[in-house]
Design a protein around this ligand. Structure first.
Ligand code: CP
Ligand code: NVA
Length: 308
């Protein structure tokens, strides 16, 4: 049966560990060209802009010996020009896999439901699992473990935050989210993460106090305050999130050896000051690079030799 990579919830903890090991191995192999995806073509359906996701998938597929076709918003017009189910069934006759970045999470779920080839979530309004995989690879590279690591996510309870909560719970990372009132992660995600954390003893906490979140944290994580599709709320959000900026004063509460993470794109002077994001604790480009290795591991897992 074909497998998809849509939600981290549906991966077992052992599968996640294996994928991260595989990503690490691929990284050590230094982008060597292989023929694992020889003769296979992957379609990239993007409803939103992208730098890292598109480029790292295209390069990764190339390095694995496969081909890809970029299908931007104008080409497919998912659900508008034709039904998502028809897109999924048609593309399954040509392609060996699909990466999709959509607004509604339901669209990726629909694609996966009707496609007979694997579908990978390249970000939806609900989640960003490929990013979370790269982030965990980065954290493990840095600290050599997940246990007893405190990750403080400061800002909007958005897609990136959701995936970090689920993966932290599954891998045993303690995570505290500091968010303004009214911008908490979705309750369904909080409940799922806290439930999954019972298995690993991870602590998944929420607060509206950024200082409390950052206290003693080894990992400080920021994302934009205005996600793609929320542009009209920008003015309001910039005011509301003002106290949630990662700056020198806030990180004085963190562990001395903290790392600063951001999925990018970043807005210097908004969610993070220039001196932090460009400072010695920042690992943002390791994270960006690790998208490539993590996604190659996912591609091999779903489409590699022996997989249909
Ligand atoms: N972090 C991330 O997904 O970046 P892009 O939006 O540029 O793909
Ligand atoms: N939360 C951001 C992440 C971008 C990679 C967004 O959805 O725009």
């Amino acid at each position: 049966m074909k497998r998809d990579f849509i939600s981290l919830k549906s991966c077992t903890n052992a599968e996640l560990a294996k994928l991260l090991e595989s990503a690490s191995r691929l990284k050590r192999a230094k982008n060597r060209i292989s023929d694992d995806l020889k003769g296979k073509t992957v379609g990239l359906i993007f409803q939103k802009p992208s730098n890292r996701t598109r480029v790292s998938f295209e390069v990764g597929i190339h390095q694995l010996g496969g081909n890809c076709i970029y299908l931007g918003p104008e080409e497919i017009n998912l659900g508008k020009r034709e039904a998502t189910s028809d897109v999924a069934k048609t593309l399954s006759r040509y392609l060996d896999g699909i990466v999709a970045r959509t607004f509604s999470h339901h669209d990726v779920v629909e694609l996966a439901k009707f496609a007979t080839v694997p579908v990978i979530n390249g970000l939806t309004d609900l989640s960003h699992p490929c990013q979370a995989m790269a982030d965990m690879l980065t954290i493990h590279e840095h600290f050599g473990k997940f246990k007893n690591i405190k990750l403080a996510y400061v800002g909007d309870g958005n897609n990136v935050c959701h995936s970090l909560m689920i993966i932290s719970a599954k891998l045993g990372v303690n995570m505290t989210v500091a968010h303004p009132k009214g911008y908490a992660p979705l309750k369904i995600v909080i409940d799922a993460a806290q439930d999954l954390a019972l298995e690993t003893n991870a602590k998944i906490n929420l607060t509206t106090d950024p200082v409390q979140a950052v206290k003693g944290a080894q990992v400080i994580y920021a994302d934009t305050w205005v996600s793609m599709g929320q542009e009209e709320e920008a003015r309001k959000r910039l005011k509301i999130f003002d106290k949630y900026q990662i700056n020198k004063k806030l990180i004085a509460n963190a562990d001395k050896k903290f790392i600063f993470m951001h999925c990018l794109p970043a807005h210097r002077g908004q969610e993070v000051t220039e001196e932090i994001i460009d400072g010695p604790h920042s690992v943002i480009f390791d994270q960006a690079e690790n998208r490539l290795h993590a996604q190659k591991a996912i591609l091999l897992h779903l489409l590699g030799k022996g997989k249909k």
